[in-house]
Design a protein around this ligand. Structure first.
Ligand SMILES: C[S@@+](CC[C@H](N)C(=O)[O-])C[C@H]1O[C@@H](n2cnc3c(N)ncnc32)[C@H](O)[C@@H]1O
Length: 358
């Protein structure tokens, strides 16, 4: 293969174009041509309060597509993949408290410069003696090159970034490696309703705007399972409106969605929701959400009420940082079949016709 045509050169060119887009082309959120990287989130009060403390320059260079701030973070170690100008890192810095730790990784110098410029400002605003946050220049596909240890982080977040990675499987493998057992990646990204044709992937604006690098949602689910995240949970989703005629014409009928997923690193999770007759009771002890706990789109668990769960949901709550906030009933000794409350069903039923063949 001649130079300039192999896969690594293509990936390097794409990365250079992304750096150019986020380092030079865009100066603030209003420069985006679509709302793919800036969907309209409604923030809960505890996030709004923390946001009031964030520096204006950091806020103006926010290019995320969802709210990537899960509950119960105090004292935790959090990694932000593609941390940009640092908005989410600083929100997390406030929420993990002085004893927690936040690391942001990004490959674009201009974004890192903004994030680093305001470290002291936020340390002072949050009333900390020393900063709990660091920004590291690096490629999220190669976290080993910046010496991030195995099994280190409680939580990984990422906001509208993995679609920009040229090797998404490498990112997800690295995520699995650096997460502690029982840890989770809680992240927002863009997904498409079908595979995006190669000629659109090559378009630097469509790619930079977080559209044409998006994975078809089912390819993402299968990729997650392949690297060890057996039961990806959808927390929130929103359709992306491309308010730009030229870009809309280019993408044609392809639909894009901004989705927040949470994926737990728990080896025992199964590919399907299985029923063991288990249930949980939320104690109402997570300060940010005392009345109920939302695990994902299908699980809103009200305080004090017994809530039937499948084996996977039981494990997600019992083997993660949420354990202390729940009472658990049952075990996994007796299997009762597929857990139908999750929308799954057996492929046959008692009234299936008996076949006469053979
Ligand atoms: C859409 S912006 C989002 C930034 C930030 N998460 C936010 O919400 O404002 C994408 C960011 O991902 C970074 N990025 C893209 N691919 C990357 C990679 N392979 N490694 C590290 N950073 C990457 C870009 O430099 C850019 O800052």
């Amino acid at each position: 293969m001649t130079k300039g045509t192999n896969c690594c050169d293509t990936a390097d060119t794409t990365k250079d174009e992304v750096k150019e887009y986020y380092g030079k082309t865009l100066q603030h959120s209003d420069d985006l041509k679509t709302n793919a990287c800036c969907t309209g989130d409604i923030y809960p009060a505890y996030v709004k309060d923390a946001m009031k403390l964030i520096h204006d320059e950091v806020m103006q260079k926010y290019y995320g597509c969802g709210l990537t701030i899960p509950h119960s973070l105090r004292g935790k170690r959090v990694l932000d993949l593609g941390s940009g100008a640092g908005r989410d890192c600083y929100l997390l810095s406030k929420l993990v408290g002085e004893e927690g730790e936040v690391i942001g990784v990004d490959m674009t110098d201009e974004q890192l410069d903004v994030a680093n410029r305001h470290l002291d400002y936020h340390t002072e605003k949050f009333g900390y003696k020393k900063s709990n946050t660091r920004f590291i220049k690096g490629d999220i596909e190669k976290l080993n090159e910046i010496n991030l240890e195995d099994n280190y982080f409680d939580v990984i977040v990422s906001n509208c970034v993995i679609n920009l990675a040229t090797d998404k499987e490498a990112v997800m493998r690295e995520v699995y490696r650096v997460l502690k057992p029982g840890g989770e990646i809680y992240f927002s990204d863009v997904y498409s309703d079908r595979r995006v044709p190669k000629e659109l992937v090559k378009d630097p604006v469509l790619y930079g705007e977080c559209l044409s690098g998006a994975l078809y949602w089912n390819d993402f689910i299968n990729l997650s399972k392949k690297v060890g995240f057996h039961d990806p949970r959808n927390v929130e989703s929103e359709v992306i409106t491309i308010q730009n005629t030229e870009l809309q014409e280019k993408v044609g009928d392809i639909k894009f969605f901004s989705v927040t997923y949470r994926l737990f690193k728990i080896a025992e999770l199964e590919p399907s929701c299985e029923d063991f007759g288990q249930s949980v009771i939320y104690k109402g002890t997570i300060a940010e959400t005392p009345e109920s706990f939302q695990l994902d789109e299908h699980h809103l668990i009200k305080k004090g009420e017994e809530f039937k769960v499948c084996g996977n949901t039981f494990l997600m709550l019992n083997q993660s940082r949420f354990k202390e906030h729940f009472e658990f009933k049952g075990d996994m000794k007796t299997h009762l079949g597929i857990f139908e409350d999750c929308g799954e069903s057996a492929p046959f039923s008692e009234d299936s016709k008996k076949s006469s063949c053979c």
